[in-house]
Design a protein. Structure first.
Lengths: 500, 497
């Protein structure tokens, strides 16, 4: 059984996705339990695979028994194991959370939603698990196409946003494919491990350089790295609640994973420093992304749109950690992939719950929300503090490692950008917390009990299927913080190239 | 250093009020007596735990507890040495009277959001003890940041415009300071690979003098914000919009003393006296804080709002503590560290009095206090005792710490600092005695009751207790809590013998 875990991770959701419409044909309400059951399998298998990696190191799985480099190899090492668990866990929680949102936004379309959800998870897991460059492209397209389908179901403006996303996303994927093509022309191989062995002799070949450029640009589009982010805010803001909850935290992080794979596994880290100065370029792009993302976020009054701009800044964090090319920086980047996925997931969960309860997404709609939805808002405070990098929440620790990376690289501008960005986050979130918890500004002083006894605010908390994932995510955010030392020792430090 | 004891007591001392905080939230407004019961219970348990640490520490032992490894070589670790214990004892001791006082205060004024208030209060205490017992810079920073956040709801408690603005100002100052500290600690870690406090410092021999001076400036700026060192003091008077018990415990003991504590930790346990002498920056540092001492005193003169005046007096005294430590001589350090404890007792008394006056009469300006001493004799007596202490008059405890500060200034042959300390005492007289004079000798205002009409007992008893304690500590500095011995031990540890 354990030998087949890698296959199970992909096959279960893929088959499940194909069976969902059949089940939904007659019994629409069965789709959700079915999807939950299916999603539990890859979570279990991914957990098993990660434990196996921790115990006995990375291992491969030859799909269909064909040996690499001819057959497709699934390769699970520390980094992909971690990503698998992350995707599976968020996927499952998102599916649990989806019920009320789907019944509101996507009434009657349950089979569509759960089919595409399972396909999305399949695609994301596939990208992470496979050891084959072309296979990554295939899974990237599976996840992107299902993503387009899901997002297009959203509110007014969603079709237009999806169209934008399709065009830009397809360009990104094509660039990636072109990169694969150039590498294949030069080497005749598609297996990452095989390529990594062949490539060092060809580092100065024009073909390789062009291929690398296509890779980086394509992945940067998928990741939403400034200035290639333009599709992102519209797509994630207009998507239905349960959809943005699923896609937003994962898609950018998986793209960041591809980038780390290309820069550190496919190519030697040296390549990005000495052959082409891509690390430096990425670093400064990250600075701009963080600054622009922060400023644009400050300008938003719709909290969902605000979070999408924060995501652009957070992508900048990850790219910055990668770009400084040292151990703490890359550790921080990988840790931030995990932490940020949890935080963004938490934010979208909370926004979904608030919208479901009929509250608007503008900041002024948050007035008195702490009395109406105390648990949701308590979770919101935790996520917000984590985003500001307040310990002991997990955001602090990834920020710590990222800053350590910039200090070791002596890139002081980078360190200051990171610190300023966490202050910007503090402004962004405290203005909402202020709104939700305090009396309106200028509404007159009422310091005492008897002044506002007339206005009775009824508690109206989100349904359990939304509240439970929210509270679990908030708890994870707090627990991940102090545990980050353990996670790094067990997993992430092995994902960092030994040369650092 | 002597023997190390491994014990979970420091952890429990931190956790007990955190657990109480959540019990408070669960109990809620409906069962307010039970809710207040949790506060009192936690305060007593915490005091017991901290008190039980005094004996082993005085015997030269260190109590250590490691929770979890955060970075290679750095753990979430508690380590109780004499200096940390001093701050811990002060905070834990003063939480008890403040708890009773708070109950009296919020009930008299029928404050809203009392559960939130007590929840945040308990969280603050928890993190203050965390700061005191932190064994390394990262643990210190973690609790320091929790303290920052947990204080914010207390600052904005009244939810009116000045409270919200005061809260925003508070956050801007303190969060920026937190970021500066994070960068400073990151650089320290990348230089040395360790963050554990060591008596006499651990950073010597790493990095160029220029970088070390920059690092020291970042640390002092980072911790100095909470300690109210000028020009980073502006948030403190604005934060006086908080309910008075908050000002009392947090803006006289918890928050600001955490800033001072951090400064002292950095000066003595990260850099160390020797390195500071080598770098030659201690005079600059002492100069900056001496400037704060004098200017804060002058600014206090101009404040008519009682709590704002006390806030400037706080800034003045905090700078005095750091001045004592940065003079780096044995007696000045003794005086500075001892003043950390003594000032807490005196200032909390003054704030208690200001709160009692406000709760009873809704007066909060110095010019409104004419003749109020006849109506509230106990409150004014306590106020007088504490104010005398801050002016450095015997037999109140402030005299002892100021005496050592003066001795230290003479010891370093920097007579200018002696003048600074004496000038500050003069200024203390100049801004405290008018209050006392107004209260006792001026013709009573028409709304002053002709007979004794004090604030509720729950407020008057705590403030009398702390005032009496100030006198006891002035006569016997070692009474009950062994403050003087703890300070002596802390200084001896730093100076290596």
């Amino acid at each position: 059984m354990i030998d087949q875990f890698p296959a199970l991770i992909i096959v279960a959701p893929l088959l499940g996705a194909f069976l969902t419409p059949i089940i939904g044909w007659r019994y629409r309400q069965l789709c959700r339990p079915w999807a939950l059951m299916i999603l539990a399998i890859p979570l279990y298998a991914a957990g098993g695979a990660l434990l196996q990696v921790i115990r006995s190191g990375p291992f491969g799985y030859n799909l269909g028994g064909w040996a690499p480099p001819w057959g497709i190899e699934y390769r699970i090492d520390h980094l992909s194991g971690l990503m698998l668990v992350l995707i599976a866990a968020i996927g499952l929680l998102a599916a649990i959370n989806a019920k009320p949102g789907v019944s509101m936004d996507l009434k009657g379309k349950e089979p569509h939603f759960y089919t595409l959800l399972l396909l999305q998870i399949t695609g994301l897991m596939g990208i992470v698990i496979t050891g084959d460059l072309f296979n990554i492209f295939v899974f990237l397209e599976i996840s992107s196409l299902s993503g387009y389908g899901l997002i297009a179901h959203g509110e007014d403006g969603a079709p237009m946003a999806t169209f934008n996303y399709i065009i830009i996303g397809t360009i990104g994927a094509s660039f990636y494919l072109l990169g694969v093509g150039y590498l294949y022309m030069a080497t005749g191989s598609l297996n990452i491990a095989d390529l990594a062995a062949i490539l060092p002799n060809l580092y100065h070949s024009k073909m390789i350089l062009v291929g690398f450029a296509f890779f980086t640009t394509g992945v940067a589009i998928k990741m939403g790295l400034f200035p290639l982010h333009v599709w992102m805010p519209d797509a994630y803001t207009t998507a239905p609640g349960p959809v943005s909850t699923l896609i937003a935290p994962l898609m950018t992080k998986v793209a960041a994973y591809i980038m780390i794979r290309i820069m550190f596994t496919l190519f030697q880290p040296d390549f990005s420093i000495s052959v082409v100065p891509v690390a430096t370029i990425l670093g400064w792009m990250a600075v701009v992304a963080i600054i622009v993302g922060g400023i644009k976020a400050l300008a938003q009054t719709d909290i969902k749109r605000m979070v999408t701009y924060i995501m652009i800044a957070e992508v900048g964090y990850i790219v910055m950690g990668v770009s400084v090319m040292n151990r703490p920086g890359l550790t921080g980047a990988i840790l931030h992939i995990v932490n940020d996925a949890c935080m963004i997931f938490g934010l979208f969960l909370i926004i979904g719950a608030i919208s479901y309860k009929g509250h608007g997404r503008e900041i002024y709609h948050f007035q008195n929300l702490n009395k109406k939805m105390p648990f949701t808002m308590a979770a919101f405070v935790i996520v917000a503090l984590s985003m500001c990098g307040i310990p002991p929440a997990c955001g602090f620790f990834s920020k710590w490692y990222l800053i350590m990376g910039t200090i070791v690289a002596k890139q002081w501008v980078f360190s200051i950008t990171l610190l300023c960005s966490s202050l910007v986050n503090a402004v962004l979130f405290f203005r909402i917390i202020e709104k939700a918890y305090l009396a309106p500004l200028g509404g007159g002083a009422h310091g005492h009990d008897d002044d506002h006894e007339e206005e009775v605010i009824v508690r109206d908390e989100a349904p359990a299927s939304m509240l439970i994932p929210i509270l679990i995510t908030a708890a994870i955010i707090i627990i991940l913080g102090p545990l980050s030392g353990k996670i790094i020792a067990a997993v992430i430090q092995h994902a960092v190239p030994a040369a650092f | 250093m002597g023997e190390v004891i491994y014990s979970a007591k420091p952890l429990w001392a931190v956790l007990v009020s955190m657990i109480a905080a959540f019990l408070i939230l669960l109990t809620g407004e409906k069962h307010r007596n039970l809710r207040e019961g949790w506060t009192i219970l936690a305060a007593l348990i915490k005091f017991g735990l901290v008190f039980s640490l005094i004996e082993p520490v005085l015997a030269g032992k260190t109590i250590e507890y490691t929770l979890i490894t955060l970075l290679p070589g750095v753990a979430l670790q508690f380590r109780v040495d004499a200096f940390g214990l001093l701050f811990g004892v002060v905070a834990a001791t003063l939480w008890i009277p403040t708890s009773f006082y708070s109950i009296g205060y919020v009930r008299t004024l029928k404050e809203h959001g009392q559960s939130r208030y007590f929840f945040c209060f308990a969280m603050c205490l928890s993190s203050a003890i965390g700061v005191a017992f932190a064994g390394n810079l990262l643990t210190l920073l973690i609790f320091y940041e929790i303290l920052t956040i947990a204080t914010w709801p207390l600052v904005v408690h009244h939810e009116d415009e000045s409270a919200i603005m005061g809260g925003r100002k508070y956050l801007v100052y303190t969060l920026t300071a937190g970021c500066t500290l994070l960068l400073a600690i990151g650089i320290t870690y990348s230089l040395t690979g360790t963050l554990n406090f060591t008596s006499g410092g651990f950073i010597a021999g790493h990095g160029s003098p220029g970088l070390l001076i920059l690092l020291l400036a970042m640390f002092i700026a980072g911790f100095g914000v909470k300690a109210g060192i000028m020009p980073f003091h502006e948030w403190l008077p604005s934060a006086m919009v908080a309910p008075t018990p908050v000002s009392a415990l947090l803006h006289a003991v918890g928050v600001v003393k955490a800033g001072v504590f951090g400064c002292v930790r950095v000066i003595l346990f990260v850099f160390g006296p020797e390195l500071l002498h080598q770098l030659g920056v201690w005079t600059i540092l002492a100069g900056v804080v001496a400037f704060t001492v004098v200017v804060a005193g002058l600014l206090a003169l101009g404040q008519d709002h009682l709590k704002r005046r006390l806030a400037f007096s706080t800034i003045n005294n905090l700078a005095l503590i750091i001045l004592g430590v940065s003079l780096l001589s044995k007696n000045s350090m003794t005086g500075g560290i001892l003043h950390l404890a003594n000032h807490a007792f005196m200032k909390i008394t003054l704030f208690f009095c200001a709160g009692a006056i406000y709760a009873k009469t809704h007066k909060d300006h110095v010019s409104q206090l004419d003749g109020l001493g006849r109506q509230m004799p106990f409150t004014f007596a306590a106020f007088t005792i504490a104010a005398m202490g801050l002016c450095g008059l015997p037999p109140v405890n402030g005299f002892i710490s100021k005496w050592f500060l003066c001795l230290g200034a003479v010891e370093t042959h920097q007579i200018i600092f002696l003048f600074v300390i004496l000038t500050s005492a003069m200024l203390d007289v100049a801004f405290f005695f008018p209050i006392i004079y107004n209260g006792y000798f001026k013709k009573p205002l028409p709304d002053v009751a002709p007979k004794i009409d004090e604030a509720p007992m729950l407020m008057v008893i705590p403030l009398c207790m702390t005032a009496i304690f100030c006198i006891i500590l002035g006569i016997m500095p070692n009474a009950f809590l062994n403050f003087f011995n703890i300070v002596r031990l802390a200084v001896a540890n730093v100076l290596g013998g």
